[in-house]
Write a protein that binds this ligand. Structure first.
Ligand code: NDP
Length: 247
């Protein structure tokens, strides 16, 4: 029996990138996986298929995490399908980069809505079934940018720093019910999100990584899976950097 057999995980933004790797890692450890996506239906279905290949049940749900009604419906559907919700990974995220003086209010609000409000709404909806069961794991994707800031990303940095504040607060609220809440702060990971960066920016970033390579989605997924495991039972309210030594 694998360590997460019998558990149900919900991973937001599981259609591709880091989210897909997290789904596959949790599935490999035995968890049934529900994953949500914004528009990438085919990619989400492929993640679900790859999870099932690992011997678990999987369900892909279209859900905009910034919409409270959709989030509640997604959590209800997950509990209906698998009987419980034990693990929540808030991974869905977007960027709308630009220097602050040029940034539109829309681009500021869009990033906060998905990355920060979305994580809040999912934690709020997932807390009830976890509290009832007196067992739960929440892991929120922050970023090196939330810890240290980055020119051209005030919106993203604010959202990812906010995720850390929420993580620490939720950890205190839910600890008495044996629900842990932690954050993972990835550095520079090879996904669609970073593929769009200009080559010069990529080269500069690479030069700042002591381990000398970009991270792989699997590097992040293994850290998330650790925080979901029984080995991490006494860890809550923490931020684990997965950044090749960048900071
Ligand atoms: P990708 O851009 O590759 O994937 C983003 C995922 O989020 C997709 O599954 C997308 O769904 C989903 N998504 C976007 N908006 C919404 C929404 N409103 N509702 C539901 N799902 C949504 O991102 P990465 O894999 O690179 O990043 C994953 C997380 O890790 C993000 O939170 C990101 O900020 C964080 N991170 C990434 C780093 C990196 O270097 N890549 C570094 C630090 C942190 P769809 O396919 O349908 O569009």
């Amino acid at each position: 029996m694998n360590e997460l057999t019998g558990k149900t995980a919900l991973v937001t933004g599981g259609s591709r990138g880091i989210g897909r790797a997290i789904c596959l890692e949790l599935a490999a450890r035995g968890a049934n996986v529900a994953l949500c996506y914004a528009g990438g239906e085919a990619a989400a279905a492929e993640t679900a298929r790859l999870c099932e290949e690992r011997g678990v049940k999987a369900l892909a749900i279209r859900c905009d995490v910034s919409d409270g009604a959709q989030v509640k419906a997604m959590v209800d559907e997950t509990v209906r399908a698998f009987g419980s919700l034990d693990i929540l990974v808030n991974n869905a995220g977007i960027t709308r980069d630009g220097l602050a003086v040029m940034m539109s209010e829309e681009n500021f609000d869009a990033v906060i809505a998905t990355n920060l409000r979305g994580a809040f709404l999912c934690m709020k909806a997932a807390a009830r079934p976890m509290m009832k069961k007196r067992w739960g794991r929440m892991v929120n994707l922050s970023s090196v940018v939330g810890l240290h800031g980055n020119a051209g990303q005030v919106n993203y940095a604010a959202s990812k720093a906010g995720v850390i504040g929420m993580t620490k607060s939720m950890a205190k609220e839910l600890a008495a019910r044996n629900v842990t809440v932690n954050a993972v702060a990835p550095g520079f990971i090879d996904t669609d999100m970073t593929a769009v960066l200009p080559e010069a920016a990529k080269a500069a970033l690479l030069g700042s990584i002591p381990l000398g390579r970009m991270g792989k989605p699997e590097d992040v997924a293994r850290a998330v899976a650790f925080l979901c495991s029984d080995d991490a039972a006494y860890i809550t309210g923490q931020v684990l950097s997965v950044d090749g030594g960048m900071n």
